[in-house]
Every structure is written in structure tokens, then in C-alpha cells.
Design a protein around this ligand. Sequence first.
Ligand SMILES: NC(=O)CC[C@H](N)C(=O)O
Length: 430
Amino acid sequence: MDHALLILSDGTVFPGKSFGAPAPTLEEMAGAAAHEGREGREGGRSDLSCRLRDIGEVVFNTAMSGYGEVLTDPSYTGQIVVMTYPHAGNYGIDEAWSETGPQEGRSQSARARKVKPAALIVRSLYKGPVPEGRTKLADYLARNSITGLTGVDTRALTLDLRRRGSRNGLVCRPAQGSDLTPEETELALKLLRDFPAMEGRGLIDTVGTASMVHLPASSTSPSALTSTSASTSGAAAGTDQGRHIVFYDCGAKANILREFHDLGCSLTLFPASATAEELLAAGGDAVMISNGPGDPAVLGHQVEQVRKLLGKTPLLGICLGHQIIAEAVGAETFKMKFGHHGVNHPVREEVWQGEREKGRVFVTSQNHGFAVREESLPEGVLVWFRNANDNTVEGLWDERRRIRTAQFHPESAPGPIDSRWIFSAFLEVI
Ligand SMILES: NC(=O)CC[C@H](N)C(=O)O
């Protein structure tokens, strides 16, 4: 394994050893950045930098397992993920665990890009055998051209990110030996200065389906949803036969689709470029807005479309979808200091209905760096869920316009399934 380093935008360095794809040198990274910049200018595209490997916003994830789902979750696009649990790789990885939803109409290269984060950082990579039929984490990353960094003091790194906030970083290899030359350090800091901050980045163009996809309720296992350990035997399976959910796909996780499917719903997925008219014309019972990467505040098109849907159809949202709906009703979102990424975030229910016990607390799976500003919520839009650690808004409830949203991930994958009932609660608005 080669010496490699994580460099944060303020110059803090965390040394380690690379696994998976070899870490690039700074000269290679500068060449790739110049190439992407040229292509971006000539192609008239606004943000190609998300396709650059090895550079992105460094975030820590507190899950004890689930690296396979984390690596394939489209919401991690543009981020370098640090796992706080010290060991990674000991159960290998199976392609079938992918959390990436359908990618119809995308180019072959986009579809082949299975791993969404820009790099993975761990304390200690397990190198022993893995169960038959599975791939070693290092081989999986190598096959997908993603660099991993092991031997990193992830505890110190996490404390640093908590104290000073998530910020951009890059993973690189010194051209010689184990340290960077002053020139290499200068180049690294320049690359990081030129790289866009997560606040203000629109990233959904690169994820999700690019053309309409219909997943009928009757099919027992649509090819896009073949694998899951968490949702094959839904407790409430079949109870909502016949519901048709129109799905606004901003980079959906596969398990969200599976959960609706397990409740007997048919789904029609539309790309994030679709219009409100197209979504309504599909004639569904509700429109669901998916999770996805990047800053919700810059998604003008999607916010505008969702605004046009208000009151015309029930609206459901998860994570980015929750944030887009919040923007559409006139509320604001903001960048959190280090976000919530993990599977152990307590959330309290603040609005309840019918027989449900009051004020329940759930341990939830989370992955978000932005949140809804509570003071900006208009009248009639209630806080359905609240984070029990920091009191931030974790879900919205609007009775009049039939809106239900969750900032966290009721579909888990990875994580506990305590809040899985929310999919049934979503369908109560129909
Ligand atoms: N998982 C998600 O949908 C993430 C939403 C958004 N990109 C955030 O970081 O807050």
C-alpha cells in the first residue's frame, strides 16, 4: 500500500495508506481539473467538478456497518466519507446491495459509476477473506476507480470536523516518499481553493433516472429493486394495493422504491428535469420527491415545479425531497456545521394522529448536510419530527395541503428500521 494523504482546505493533513484505486499525485489531479474545466466551459455545463475523483466535502458517518449502502447512495455524490467505526471491509461487499436507483437513459459511463463518494477514509481496512460470492472492499473500490485511505486517525479527524465543521478535502499521493514537497502542498491548496463549496452546489444532474421508468405493483421483483434484506417481507405488505406514486427522482435510493413496492404501490419515476405538468399528467395518488445530493437552495427548477403542485396532489418527501418541499412552501434551508450522517440519530415525533402513541422517539438513519430553518416555516406547516440531539427539524406535516416529509431515512439501508412505519403513514394522506 502506498503512502497517501488527506489534505483539508485549511491545510490540515491526515496521513494514511491508500487502497482500492491508487491515489493520484497532485500533478495528475491538477491535469484532471484543467481537463474538466475545459470540458465544462466548452460543453456549457455548470458543475462538472462532481465527477472529479478524490476531492470533495469531507463528512463523517457514525454507522458501525453499511459501507456498501453508503458507497452506493447517490446523496453522497461530491463527498469524501470518513467512517468513524474503526474497522471496515470485514464482511466484504456484494454488488446486489447497491442503493442506487434506476439510471435509465444515462450514458454507459454514468451507469458504470457505481460508487458515489469521491473517496472513502477508514481507520483500519480488514484484509482477510470475505464470504464466498462477495468482493473485498479494496477490490470493489479498485474496480470502481475510487481511492480508499486506511490507517487514518479517524477519531482526530472526526473531532476536527465536529469542531471546525465539514469542509473540502482531497486525497493524494506524494510523488516521492511519504511527504509532500512545498510545491505539492501549494498545488493541493490551490486545487482546494478552486473547488466549489458544498453550499451552493447543484449536484442532481448526475444522478437518478434520465427518462421515465414505470415499476408496476404486480411485478414481484422489478429488476431495479432486486436486492434487499430489510424490506422483502414488509409487515404491511399488500395493505395499500393499487396506490400509484409518482416519483420525482433526484437520485433516489433503491430502498425507498422497495418500501413503496412492498406496500403494493406502483411507481412512475420521472427525471428531476420533469415539469409539474408532466408529474400531474401521470395521474398518481401522490407525488414523492426523493433524496439526492447537493444544496437544495439552488434547485430552482425543482422547487418551482413542486410549488405548482402544492394543494393539487398529496406531497411526500424524504431528505432532499423534504428540503425541496420546504423551499416550495416558502421556508429556507441552511448548511449545518457537520450534518447528520449515520444510523443512530434519535428523532421525536411532534405531531400525531389516531391511535399512535404520543411523543415517540425513533433511532433513525440519516445522511444530510443541510436542514430546514424552523423560524422560516409558514403557518400551517408543522414540525412532524424533531432531532432529539440538536432540535433541528426532521419532518413536516401540512394537513390542508396534504404534505408529509422526513429529513431522515425511514427506508434505512443502512440502519435501523424503527421508522419504517412512516411509509404507511405517508400513504394515509392519500
Ligand atoms: N440524503 C439526502 O437526500 C441529502 C440531502 C442534501 N443533499 C443534504 O445534504 O442535506
